[in-house]
Ligand binder design. Structure first.
Ligand SMILES: Cc1ncc(COP(=O)(O)O)c(C=O)c1O
Length: 407
């Protein structure tokens, strides 16, 4: 390993060598993959255990004596955090539940189109194609380049995909394979002017960037709490604008999932589930806020500064060019690794696992990889437990990986 990166200018009072690593427990020495499932800090896990134990001591009592109002308080706390009116946001297990609820509730006329992009999360094309087959809509894909200079390069292909038949556009807030911040405010406005509703996939946005859902004004927004907010697993939400709420039912509904009930009530009882991840939302928001003296705003600014510095470091060390401008990344970024070739036996694995396993084998830590068009790309994340010199170790690991897999 080479010498650690030089301490940089302070961001919100800390240089980028300061980290909060001791607040988390990890099985690997370094982590650059916050994006897959997030990581919950120790203090929140301890509280989760305590609440779990309390509920288990009397499950019926919990539900009958205040459990509902605690769940509703958690929902309202999250709504306030993401700038949503409390009547417009419900809790779900994850974005997958949120997008299923929306897509499977909507009715389509023959010939209706749903617009998606090539930066969509890997599991959703199959889901959307299956909905299209059952519900009778056509899927249209906008091709957004991987290397681009400005937000307009995202907006133009999406708007070019709109036709008179476009009913809905499914657009990322921060894309999964390419880690790009999409200009969602501009997109919601431009698409709205063409009469097209948006489902914004915000799996990666809460906790990475400040969000105000009422100002954004999208018809539908699905978010995850278990990624960048660091909440326990199985915690997400769905925002639906008031003029679209009548149509939307939970993907998994129970006795309240009827047209006779309002949007919030429909999602209030989806059968017996583990209530604890939802109850943990206020504790998580507070615990994370309290870690940084400047609260969540300090976390956004510090993690973005670290991601930007790490990207510069990796580009310099590996001789790579960043694919998007710095204002289009939050706390994660991707880099194209050039022509990469794997031995035939590795080709049976998914593109993600090929690179991940190679890094773990050679250096004891992983990062997420994907094949995007002709590019084999690595996705790298920065959270409070990372510091700038961590990325020196990643640069060493990626340099060795590129050398070993050059075609
Ligand atoms: C952009 C995006 N959308 C949706 C998802 C699905 O999230 P979940 O499995 O929590 O529903 C992911 C997961 O990584 C994602 O990256």
């Amino acid at each position: 390993m080479t010498s650690p990166a030089k301490p940089s200018e302070p961001v919100c009072g800390f240089d980028l060598e300061h980290s909060w690593t001791e607040a988390w427990d990890f099985s690997r020495p370094l982590n650059f993959n916050h994006g897959s499932m997030g990581f919950t800090p120790r203090v929140v896990l301890a509280r989760q255990e305590e609440i779990s134990r309390r509920i288990n001591a009397g499950r019926e009592e919990f539900v009958r004596e205040g459990g509902f109002s605690q769940l509703d308080d958690a929902r309202k706390a999250l709504a306030a955090f993401v700038g949503a009116d409390e009547n417009n946001l419900v809790l779900t297990a994850n974005v997958t539940e949120s997008i299923n609820s929306v897509l499977k509730s909507l009715t389509f006329a023959p010939g209706d189109e749903v617009l998606v992009t090539n930066h969509i999360y890997v599991n959703y094309p199959a889901l959307i194609d299956e909905c299209a087959r059952r519900q009778g809509f056509q899927v249209v894909k906008a091709e957004i380049p991987y290397r681009l200079k400005a937000e307009d390069d995202v907006i133009a292909p999406i708007m070019a995909g709109v036709t008179a038949a476009t009913r809905l556009a499914i657009v990322d807030h921060i894309s999964s394979p390419t880690a790009m911040i999409f200009p969602v405010a501009r997109l919601v406005k431009a698409l709205g002017e063409k009469g097209v509703d948006c489902f914004i996939d915000g799996a990666h946005a809460p906790g990475q960037v400040d969000i105000d859902l009422e100002i954004l004004g999208a018809a539908y927004y699905g978010g995850n709490n278990h990624k960048w907010l660091c909440a326990p697993l199985s915690s997400g939400f769905l925002y639906v604008r008031p003029d679209r709420q009548a149509e939307i039912m939970p993907a998994v509904g129970s006795g309240y999932a009827t047209a006779a009930h309002d949007f919030i009530t429909r999602f209030s009882w989806q059968g017996v589930i583990d209530f604890v991840p939802r109850l943990m939302i206020p504790d998580t928001l507070r615990a994370m806020h309290d870690m940084h003296p400047a609260g969540w705003d300090g976390i956004y600014r510090r993690n973005h500064a670290l991601a930007a510095a790490a990207r510069r470091l990796l580009c310099e060390r590996l001789g790579l060019a960043a694919p998007v401008p710095e204002n289009m990344i939050g706390s994660m970024f991707t880099l194209p690794l050039g022509p990469i070739q794997f031995p035939p036996e590795e080709m049976e694995k998914s593109p993600l696992h090929r690179g991940y396993d190679a890094l773990v084998k050679s250096h004891g830590f992983g990062a997420i990889f994907s094949q995007f068009g002709d590019d084999y790309i690595v996705r790298v994340t920065a959270h409070l437990y990372n510091k700038l010199s961590d990325y020196e170790a990643l640069a060493d690991a990626l340099a060795a990986f590129i050398k070993d897999h050059q075609s």
